[in-house]
Ligand binder design. Sequence first.
Ligand SMILES: Cc1cc2nc3c(=O)[nH]c(=O)nc-3n(C[C@H](O)[C@H](O)[C@H](O)COP(=O)(O)OP(=O)(O)OC[C@H]3O[C@@H](n4cnc5c(N)ncnc54)[C@H](O)[C@@H]3O)c2cc1C
Length: 523
Amino acid sequence: MRYEVDFLVVGSGIAGLSFALKVAPYGKVCILTKGAADEGSTRYAQGGIAAVMYDSDSFDKHIHDTLVAGDGICDREVVEMTIREAPDRIRELVQYGVNFDRDSSGGHFDLHREGGHSEFRILHHKDNTGEEIERGLLEAARSHPNIEIKERQFAIDIITQHHLGQRVTKHTPGIECYGVYALDCDTNRIDTYLAKVTLLATGGMGNVYSTTTTPVISTGDGVAMVHRARGVLSDLEFMQFHPTSLYNPAEKPAFLITEAMRGAGAVLKDRDGREFMQKYDKRLSLAPRDIVARAIDNEMKLSGKDYLYLDARGIGKKHLIEGFPTIYAKCLSIGIDITRDMIPIRPAAHYQCGGIKVDRNGESSIKYLYAAGECSCTGLHGGNRLASNSLLEAVVYAHNAAMDAIESVKGVPFKNEVPDWNAEGMVLNEEMVLITQTKRELQEIMWNYVGIVRSDLRLQRAFDRLNLIFRETEDLYNRSVLTEPLSELRNLIACAYLIIKMARARRENVGLHYSLDLIEKKV
Ligand SMILES: Cc1cc2nc3c(=O)[nH]c(=O)nc-3n(C[C@H](O)[C@H](O)[C@H](O)COP(=O)(O)OP(=O)(O)OC[C@H]3O[C@@H](n4cnc5c(N)ncnc54)[C@H](O)[C@@H]3O)c2cc1C
């Protein structure tokens, strides 16, 4: 089937939905999403969204905290713009119907504080902020007459001059996007979506690693598509590992224990119940994520244990049950009463700071192609994302991209000469085990050699192992009918390759990139 839409959006998390709502008055919008519409990292976000809402805080402080977390390599102008725009975007979320908790008078927002923040500035909805944001935005989008949401539609590749038979390399000037090819997961048919403007809002790539807090849909599809289309990507060596995911080995994704809990007074302890953060940073359990994750990784390696503890008992029973109801209920469901027991935790891949390189308007290096949310790289996070700045970045850049796209959509024709997908000669691959097993292998390689602590040798080993997996999978791809699992596997391999490549190129320890071979070079 062929479809024509003014604005094509791939992804229905906070970034895709925010963009769609903004452009909808100006044309027909189609949102493709590979699972259920509400499935994505957005709905798992617990802590909240950072913004300076009152005089007790200041833009300068939030800017400073963001720059410090980013370890000196944020784009300062982007940081300033994002943080100054934040209050307007928060007010819009409220207008769309999102509820943030308010203080007991019901007037001011109730603000939390998280690691790396010098002030209380995290707007939240209990400890399930993302679920509330997703609910509010999805309801608004579903009731808009110009927005169509199509579930179980898997975008495979963005369409460029390459699909018109032209040779496209990363040096080709003026690469353009004409839409996407997408797999209908129910019929296995590949459809052509022609669009005047396309936004990728495909989220993160946490599933490159064996332990991750991100949902199974986070397979780096947008990044891999842009890589194949020869677009510019950046900063992928900066994968953020959340220090505290609940240790419950059989569970995927790993359940997150929000940083807000440490903000409220929970402390990290070793298996003997002793605090250890004093050995690593004077901010103790409230040090930025990269420092805390490395400290936990080191303690686990020294002791040979596969989890440590977060002790939240000092927060008090009432505050724990009322302030962290989701975590309380989750832990209780596996026999841990957090008002009495310490919580077993370990780090997990959590957030990709890098991605599709975009300018201030959210436009990628490919014309008519925008990106927003976790799949993009704006320069806000630098070497490390400050907690709760990612939902903020997603709404700010969805807004900027929408404003720009509303202008650039004018006068752009559909590229009708784009051919349909050619699946001739392909056979259905019955060997599912090849895909599932390869995925597992890939995730283990990345966890073991390209994780929190790296070295030249580990990166080389990962690269060599990956090469074999890449060749085997491309061979499978070249003779098989395309399916969602195969496409995801190819995308994960592409993302892993890019992470390793960028990690090898980064010759200093900065932010989240930490190599044993570069320790002495740290200034
Ligand atoms: C457990 C957890 C807690 C977090 N807590 C916080 C927090 O408190 N504060 C904060 O700021 N950030 C937090 N984050 C990070 C934040 O939630 C994410 O960065 C953000 O929600 C990403 O939004 P998004 O719109 O970019 O992508 P997502 O919400 O991940 O949405 C991606 C969308 O793209 C679709 N998609 C992907 N690939 C394809 C494809 N090939 N074809 C079609 N559709 C596709 C998916 O189906 C989905 O709809 C947390 C993340 C996790 C995992």
